[in-house]
Ligand binder design. Structure first.
Ligand SMILES: [Zn+2]
Length: 355
């Protein structure tokens, strides 16, 4: 550990130079806009504490960005806001930060001391960079982000896959799939060591899976497509009303043992009318999920309600352990969630083609 400190300092020094260079050019932009003219004297000097590695109070970060920090709410959420409602969200005791809806995994926890909330100097600089980079363009994604902000939702993941890489050409597969993103609303699911709760991770992956399936001509029905709470029986009922070719519930695992990791696919323990088909689907999905590089924990059987109540083929995918720091951090990254979604979609398509 002692060896790594000087190395890290060197890297910080490099970042500081970059940050200083960026800061200088931004000060230039600011003065030409004219909006802040006249109060130069009271302006916080953006470079004043940029050399410091000491934690920075959120009020100070807000002042640097010419924003307003609201006091932490009961859940420990602190919003730093612009006059037009764009915001940065930090959560006390968590590393999950959202900058205009873009998730940022902090290098250390957001801390509170004597009623003041602090972020590390490195995280403060990263937040500044992200904020300055992510000026809303008025596009579809920014619009949805603002809508979310207005709804006072917890740290949002990107509302939908913004622009997934062009999928490889697929023959039209057809069929209907019900995608059931686990948890939602008041039920966050597993907390997630990286700070992003299961309900957000699974909804984002389910949406990405849907993009792939629809591109293959498969009809997709969601049990939920937003951050809402739905009873388990209602999820199964939506599935049964739709009479899909396959019902897929998407979850992420959690365990007391923080070293537990890997993905698994569950089928109903008691078999049921579509036992064989559920197992074929589960094996197909598992096979494709291996491309993620995560550990394959295999096919499992359990009495999960959504599986028990399903009239047709149904599986429940556990993508990885949010209680495992490495896996939780990977699932916090959009690129990894895209890979996971591609794998799940390919597994589902494999099943649909063979039906
Ligand atoms: Zn779950």
């Amino acid at each position: 550990m002692q060896v790594s400190i000087p190395l890290r300092r060197v890297r910080w020094a490099t970042r500081l130079l970059v940050a200083l260079a960026m800061g200088a050019s931004l000060v230039g932009c600011g003065t030409t806009s004219g909006t802040e003219a006249g109060d130069d004297g009271s302006e916080p000097d953006p470079s004043a504490d940029i050399h410091s590695t000491a934690p920075i109070a959120v009020e100070r970060l807000a002042a640097r960005l010419r924003l307003r920090a609201r006091p932490a709410d009961r859940a420990g959420r602190v919003y730093i806001e612009s006059a037009d409602g764009d915001r940065i969200l930090l959560v006390r005791g968590s590393r999950s930060i959202s900058v205009r809806g873009t998730p940022y995994a902090a290098t250390s926890d957001v801390e509170a001391r004597d009623g003041t909330v602090f972020v590390s100097a490195a995280d403060a600089r990263a937040i500044e960079r992200l904020w300055r980079k992510s000026i809303p363009t008025g596009g579809a994604v920014a619009g949805e982000g603002q809508q979310r902000a207005a709804l006072e939702l917890p740290p949002p993941l990107p509302p939908a896959p913004p622009s997934p890489p062009t999928p490889p050409p697929v023959a039209r597969v057809g069929g209907t799939v019900v995608l059931d993103a686990g948890h939602g609303g008041k039920d966050p699911g597993a907390p997630g060591r990286s700070g992003i709760p299961e309900k957000n991770v699974v909804l984002d992956v389910a949406r990405r899976v849907a993009v792939r399936l629809r591109a293959a001509g498969t009809r997709v029905v969601f049990t939920r497509d937003s951050d809402i709470f739905i009873e388990l029986d209602e999820r199964a009922a939506i599935g049964n009303r739709t009479a899909p070719t396959l019902f897929v519930s998407v979850h992420a695992d959690s365990a007391e043992n923080v070293s537990a990791e890997g993905f698994s696919v569950y089928v109903n323990r008691d078999g049921g009318p579509a036992k064989a088909r559920s197992e074929v689907a589960a094996r197909g999905i598992l096979k494709e999920m291996r491309v993620t590089g995560a550990r394959d924990r295999g096919l499992k059987r359990a009495g999960y309600r959504v599986l028990k109540k399903a009239h047709g083929a149904a599986v429940l995918v556990e993508m990885g352990f949010l209680s495992n720091y490495g896996e939780s951090s990977r699932l916090a990254r959009p690129e990894y969630r895209q890979r996971m979604a591609d794998a799940i979609a390919n597994g589902i398509l494999r099943f649909l083609r063979g039906r």
